[in-house]
Ligand binder design. Structure first.
Ligand SMILES: Nc1nc2c(c(=O)[nH]1)N[C@H]1C(S)=C(S)[C@@H](COP(=O)(O)OP(=O)(O)OC[C@H]3O[C@@H](n4cnc5c(=O)[nH]c(N)nc54)[C@H](O)[C@@H]3O)O[C@H]1N2
Ligand SMILES: Nc1nc2c(c(=O)[nH]1)N[C@H]1C(S)=C(S)[C@@H](COP(=O)(O)OP(=O)(O)OC[C@H]3O[C@@H](n4cnc5c(=O)[nH]c(N)nc54)[C@H](O)[C@@H]3O)O[C@H]1N2
Ligand code: SF4
Ligand SMILES: [Mo]
Length: 911
C-alpha cells in the first residue's frame, strides 16, 4: 500500500495471481499492509507472489455488482476471506470473464471506509462543508425513528414522502419503491435514467425490448452513435466485449463511431466521426436522405414490416382508418382500392390516391418529401461532419445491409441484413432526445435491419419460459391490432406495456411529480427535478421526507450546489449505502448495506432485457447471488432491510409487500410466501427458482451450481421469420393523438408544457444551448465512461483509483490540441470552465487529438467527491455536470423526460 495506507499497487493487480496475493495479504490485516512504491518494496511485501495455497478453500459461485451488469463470478474464499474473484465459466452471463472493476471488487469488500452500522447525524446543519457528526445508533433505534417519522408524514400527506435510487443495486431499487409504497403509500421519487430516456421507448417500439443491440453474431457493418457498447460500457459488457472483438478481428465487421470524444468505441472503430454534440439527428437524417436517393432501402420490408404504405391525409397528417375497426388503410394495387392493412393483398409504397373524396398519399411518399432537403450539405453545417463522409457512410451501410438476402436458421427463413445502427447515452442526454433516437434508429428501419438476422435486435424479445414445458415468466410481444405493431413487452419481463395503449386509454391527469401521465411515451419521471424546486409550476407537492437507496442524487443530475439546496430543504432524509457518499452530507440517518459479496440478491436477470444480451450463441441463464463471506457487523442486505421496513410498518403493510412479491415474481401458488410473516429472503429465492424451473432446482441446487442455463430457440432471438406477423411504426400517427390529448389536459390544468415534438416524422432540433448567444462560450463539455469505472463510486476503489491515476487523463479535463494551442493553453495548466448558467468547475488540462475541436471532456463527470469519509475518492476527478442547471423545465424533453446536458462554457487558465 502507499504511504497513506489506502492504495494497493496495480502491478500486482493486473498480474492476476498478484491480485490473489493482495487478497491473501488482506486476510492477515485489512487495514495495515506493507508499503509499496519501488520494485524492491513490492518484492519485500510479497506482491507478485501467491501468498496462499491456490488449492485451498472454496470457489463459491455468486454475482458481481461492481457495475450494473451482474456477471456470474466465482469467489475464492479461504478461511472466511475472499482472496480472488474470477468469471464463472459455466455461465452465459459474463461468459466466464471478469473485468478490471469486477476483479477489483475485493478492494470494495475490504475497504475500511465502508459503513456497516446505522448512524445518526448530530450536526443539524447540512452542506458539503459541514461535518454531520455521525453517531452510531442501534438498528432498533434507527427503525423506530424512521417508521415513526414516515408514519407521521404519511398521515399528513403520503406525497410528502419520496424515494430515490437507480442502478447500483438494480433489484434493491425496485424493492425500495415497492416497500415505501406498501408501508407509507409513497409513490414519489427521483431517478436519473439519463442514459435511456427516449431510447428505451423507441427501442421498445422497434424491437419489443427496452434495450436493443446489434446482432453480435451476424452483423458486419455497425454504426454507433454515442455509445461504447462492447468496448467499454453498456449492458452485458463481458458478454458483448468478447463477441464484438471476434466480429471485428475475425469477421471483418466495419465499425463507424459517431462520438465527439475518441472514447473506447471510437478508438476501436475503422472510422471515428467526431460529431458536434447534440447534432446526431441531423447526421442520421442526412444519411437517410442518401439511402432514399440512392434506392438503398428495403422496399419489401417497408411494405411488410412497417406502416410506410399507410395512407395519410396531408391536411390533418393523420392516417386514414377503417370506420369499423380503426385499422390503418393501405392502397391495394390488386383491388385498386384502399383496404385495412391486414386485408391488403398488394400494398403500394408510394403514390397519391383518393379515398372517399379525400386526397391522400402513402406515408412513405410523405417521408420522401419530408427528407428531401435534409441533405449531407445541410447536415454538415449542423454536425461539422463533411458531407462526403456522411454520403460515404450511408452508401457503405446501405450496401452492407444486402437488401433481398435471406438466411435459413433452424428450418425457417429470415431476412439477412448484416448492418445496424446502435445508440445509447450520448444521444439521450439532450433535448429532443426522442427525435434523435428515432432519427438514428430509422436508418435500421429503412434498410430492413430492425429485427432481422445481422441487424438490430431486442436484447430479449421473447422467452418461452425458463424450462421446457414450464412457461412461468415467459413473454412474447403481442400485436396492436389497429396498425399491426409489435408491443406488449417492457423492462420487466412478463409485464405487459404498450405505448399505443397508454396513448389511447391512459388518464392524462398527473398524480406524481414525475408527470408521467403527461408523457405517454416516457419511461422516466424526471420532471420531479423541476417540481421539487418549483412546486407551483405544475401544482405539485414537494417531497419533505426522503429515503434514498444506493445512489448519489446530489451528484448524478446537474449542478451540485443547486441540488444541495433542494435536499437541504427536506425535513427528514434517510440513506442506505455502502459508503458515506456525498449524499450522506444531506442525510439524517444512514443505514449501511452489506457489500454485494456478503448478501443475497434476487434474480439479477429479472431486468434481463438489460442484462442478458441475446444471440443464438448465448444460452439463457438464471444465476444465483449469494453471500460468500459473512457480512461485517452483520450488516443486512436490501431484502432484509425492506422486509424489515414493511414488517415494522404493520400487518397490512407486510401483507401488501409479500403479496406484491408473490405477484411480481409470478410465484406458483404452491410456492407463494405467507402474507403474515416477515420476508425470508432465502425462501423467496427458493420459491422463484422452483416456480420458474422445478422442485429439484431450488436454492440448494443453486448454492452449489450457481447458474442454470437453457439454449435459446431461434424465435426467441429473431422474432420475425417469414411466417410471423408484426410491424413497427414508420409513420408515427399516434404522436398526433398524444399531442391532442396532452394539449387538452395541460389547458385544463393551466400549466405550461411543450408539445412541439409530437410530430409524425423525425427531425433534428437544436438544444437550448446549441447555438451561442455569446461567442466567448465556445466549448461544449461532454463526459464519457471508461471500462474501469462505474458512476460516482468506483473511484473509491483502491485498485481502480490507481488505474485512474496512472493513465494521466482520467482525473483531468481533455481538450483538443489545436484548440488549446489557439487559446494559449497546454497540458498541465489548471483551468476553469464557466457555463452559460454561471456555474464553474476547475481541473487540470490535458490536450489530445482524440476530441472534437469544440469540446472538452472528462470521465464520468460526477466525481470530485466532497465526503471526507471516502478518503480515496475525495477530491479526485472533475464534476463536469456541475456546469448544468438541473431544475429548469426548458432543459427537459417533454415527450420522454430526457435531460438536456448540452451546455456551452468558456475556458480560462487559472494557474
Ligand atoms: N464501465 C462501465 N460500464 C457501464 C457503466 C459504468 O458505469 N461503467 N454503466 C452502465 C450504464 S447504467 C449505462 S447507462 C451504460 C452507458 O453506456 P454508454 O452509453 O455506451 O456509455 P457512455 O460512456 O456514457 O457513452 C456515451 C458516449 O457518448 C459520447 N457523447 C457525448 N455526447 C454526445 C453526443 O452529443 N453525440 C454523440 N454521438 N456522442 C456523444 C461520449 O463521449 C461517450 O463516448 O453503461 C453501462 N455499463
Ligand atoms: N455526471 C454523470 N451523471 C450521471 C451519469 C454519468 O455518467 N455522469 N450516469 C447516469 C446514469 S446512465 C445512471 S444509470 C446513473 C447511475 O446512478 P447510480 O447507479 O445511482 O450511481 P451513483 O450516483 O454512482 O450512486 C451509486 C451509489 O450506490 C452505492 N453502492 C454501490 N453498491 C451498493 C450496494 O450494493 N448497496 C448499496 N446500498 N449501495 C451501493 C455507491 O456507494 C454509490 O454511493 O447516473 C446518471 N448520472
Ligand atoms: S462488467 Fe460489471 S458486473 Fe461484469 S465483471 Fe465487470 S464490473 Fe462486474
Ligand atoms: Mo445508466
Amino acid at each position: 500500500m502507499s504511504a497513506d495506507g489506502t492504495t494497493i499497487t496495480r502491478r500486482g493487480f493486473v498480474a492476476g495471481a498478484g491480485a490473489a496475493a493482495i487478497g491473501a495479504g488482506l486476510a492477515g490485516s485489512i487495514a495495515g499492509c506493507a508499503p509499496s512504491g519501488s520494485k524492491e518494496e513490492e518484492q519485500a511485501s510479497g506482491i507478485g507472489q501467491i501468498a496462499y495455497d491456490p488449492e485451498a478453500g472454496d470457489w463459491i459461485p455468486t454475482v458481481c455488482n461492481m457495475c450494473f451488469n451482474a456477471c456470474s463470478i466465482l469467489a475464492h474464499v479461504i478461511d472466511g476471506v475472499v482472496v480472488e474473484l474470477k468469471g464463472n465459466p459455466d455461465s452465459p452471463i459474463g461468459r466466464g470473464h471478469i473485468c478490471a472493476k469486477g476483479a477489483a471488487g475485493i478492494m470494495t469488500l475490504y475497504d475500511p471506509n465502508r459503513i456497516t452500522k446505522p448512524m445518526k447525524r448530530t450536526n443539524p446543519k447540512k452542506g458539503f462543508d459541514e461535518d454531520p457528526g455521525w453517531e452510531e445508533i442501534s438498528w432498533d433505534d434507527a427503525w423506530t425513528e424512521i417508521d415513526g417519522k414516515f408514519k407521521e408524514a404519511a398521515a399528513a400527506d403520503p406525497k410528502s414522502i419520496g424515494g430515490s435510487s437507480m442502478v447500483a443495486s438494480l433489484n434493491g431499487s425496485t424493492w425500495r419503491g415497492m416497500a415505501m409504497g406498501c408501508s407509507y403509500g409513497a409513490s414519489e421519487g427521483f431517478l436519473s435514467d439519463i442514459c435511456g430516456a427516449g431510447i428505451h421507448v423507441v427501442e421498445n417500439m422497434f424491437t419489443a425490448t427496452g434495450n436493443a443491440m446489434p446482432d453480435y453474431q451476424y452483423c458486419r457493418y455497425l454504426i454507433q452513435f454515442g455509445t461504447q457498447a462492447g468496448t467499454a460500457t453498456r449492458h452485458g459488457f463481458n458478454m458483448t466485449a468478447e463477441r464484438f472483438a471476434k466480429l471485428r478481428s475475425e469477421e471483418g465487421l466495419r465499425l463507424v463511431s459517431f462520438d465527439p470524444h475518441m472514447s473506447a468505441g471510437a478508438e476501436k472503430a475503422d472510422l471515428w466521426v467526431p460529431v458536434r454534440p447534440g447534432s446526431d439527428a441531423a447526421a442520421a437524417l442526412a444519411m437517410a436522405n442518401v439511402l432514399v436517393e440512392k434506392g438503398l432501402i428495403d422496399r419489401d420490408y417497408l411494405i411488410e414490416r412497417t406502416n410506410a404504405p399507410a395512407l395519410v391525409d396531408p391536411a390533418t397528417q393523420r392516417i386514414l382508418r377503417a370506420k369499423d375497426t380503426n385499422k390503418a388503410l393501405f392502397w391495394d394495387e390488386a383491388a385498386n382500392a384502399a383496404k385495412p392493412y391486414d386485408e391488403c393483398e398488394k400494398p403500394v409504397l408510394e403514390g397519391d390516391f383518393e379515398v372517399d373524396g379525400v386526397s391522400c398519399r402513402t406515408a412513405f411518399s410523405v417521408y420522401e418529401e419530408h427528407i428531401k432537403d435534409m441533405t449531407p450539405e445541410w447536415a454538415e453545417e449542423i454536425t461539422t461532419v463533411p458531407a462526403a463522409t456522411l454520403r460515404q457512410i450511408a452508401e457503405e451501410f446501405g450496401n452492407a445491409a444486402r437488401s433481398g438476402d435471406t438466411i435459413e436458421l433452424d428450418g425457417k427463413t429470415f431476412r439477412h441484413r448484416p448492418a445496424a445502427v446502435d445508440i445509447f447515452s450520448g444521444i439521450s442526454r439532450h433535448k429532443h432526445a426522442i427525435l434523435s433516437t428515432w432519427s438514428c434508429l430509422m436508418l435500421n428501419v429503412l434498410v430492413g435491419s430492425s429485427n432481422s438476422v445481422g441487424g438490430h435486435l431486442g436484447y430479449a424479445p421473447a422467452n418461452h419460459g425458463w424450462k421446457e414445458g414450464n412457461p412461468t415468466a415467459g413473454f412474447a410481444p403481442s400485436i396492436w391490432a389497429e396498425d399491426g405493431f409489435i408491443e406488449g413487452t417492457s423492462f420487466y419481463p412478463a409485464t405487459r406495456s404498450s405505448f399505443y395503449d397508454h396513448i389511447r386509454n391512459n388518464d392524462y391527469t398527473p398524480t406524481t411529480m414525475g408527470l408521467m401521465e403527461l408523457q405517454p411515451l416516457s419511461e422516466d419521471g424526471h420532471f420531479v427535478h423541476v417540481c421539487q424546486s418549483d412546486p407551483d409550476r405544475y401544482h405539485t407537492t414537494p417531497i419533505k421526507n426522503l429515503f434514498w437507496y444506493a445512489c448519489n442524487p446530489i451528484k448524478w443530475w446537474g449542478n451540485a450546489d443547486e441540488q444541495a439546496e433542494v435536499f437541504k430543504k427536506m425535513d427528514f432524509v434517510v440513506g442506505c449505502d455502502i459508503y458515506l457518499n456525498d449524499m450522506s452530507l444531506f442525510t439524517d440517518i444512514m443505514l449501511p448495506e452489506a457489500c454485494y459479496l456478503e448478501r443475497y440478491d434476487v434474480l439479477p436477470q429479472w431486468w434481463l432485457n438489460h442484462r442478458q444480451p441475446g444471440g443464438l450463441d448465448v444460452p439463457w441463464g438464471i444465476e444465483f447471488w449469494q453471500p460468500v463471506v459473512p457480512a461485517k457487523d452483520d450488516a443486512p442486505g436490501y431484502m432484509d432491510i425492506f422486509g424489515e421496513m414493511c414488517y415494522r410498518a404493520g400487518a397490512e403493510s407486510n401483507a401488501a409487500f409479500i403479496g406484491t412479491l408473490n405477484g411480481m415474481y409470478r410465484l406458483k401458488e404452491e410456492y407463494a410466501l405467507p402474507l403474515d410473516q416477515k420476508l425470508d429472503p432465502e425462501k423467496l429465492i427458493d420459491s422463484i427458482f422452483k416456480s420458474y424451473i422445478d422442485e429439484e432446482h431450488g436454492i440448494d441446487w443453486f448454492r452449489e451450481h450457481g447458474v442454470y442455463t437453457r439454449d435459446r430457440a431461434v424465435d426467441e432471438v429473431y422474432i420475425w421469420d417469414s411466417e410471423t406477423p408484426g410491424r413497427i411504426p414508420f409513420y408515427w400517427d399516434f404522436m398526433l393523438e398524444a399531442k391532442d390529448k396532452v394539449e387538452a389536459k395541460v389547458a385544463e390544468l393551466g400549466i405550461p408544457w411543450e408539445t412541439e415534438d409530437y410530430i409524425p416524422l423525425p427531425e433534428w432540433r437544436p438544444g437550448v444551448d446549441f447555438y451561442a448567444d455569446d461567442p466567448a462560450y465556445d466549448v461544449f463539455p461532454v463526459y464519457y465512461t471508461n471500462a474501469s469505472n462505474t458512476d460516482s463510486w468506483s473511484v473509491e476503489n483502491a485498485w481502480l483509483n490507481e488505474v485512474n491515476e496512472g493513465d494521466g487523463a482520467t482525473y483531468c479535463i481533455e481538450m483538443n490540441t489545436a484548440t488549446a494551442a489557439a487559446k494559449g493553453l497546454a497540458s498541465g495548466d489548471e483551468v476553469r470552465l464557466t457555463s452559460t448558467a454561471g456555474y464553474q468547475v476547475e481541473g487540470k488540462l490535458v490536450v489530445t487529438e482524440g476530441i472534437h475541436p469544440e469540446c472538452v471532456s472528462s470521465v464520468v463527470g460526477t466525481w470530485d467527491c466532497k465526503s471526507k469519509s471516502m478518503t480515496i475518492a475525495q477530491g479526485k476527478g472533475v464534476n463536469l455536470v456541475s456546469l448544468i442547471p438541473g431544475t429548469t423545465a426548458e432543459r427537459l424533453d417533454h415527450v420522454c423526460s430526457a435531460f438536456d446536458q448540452l451546455i456551452r462554457a468558456k475556458i480560462e487558465k487559472i494557474a
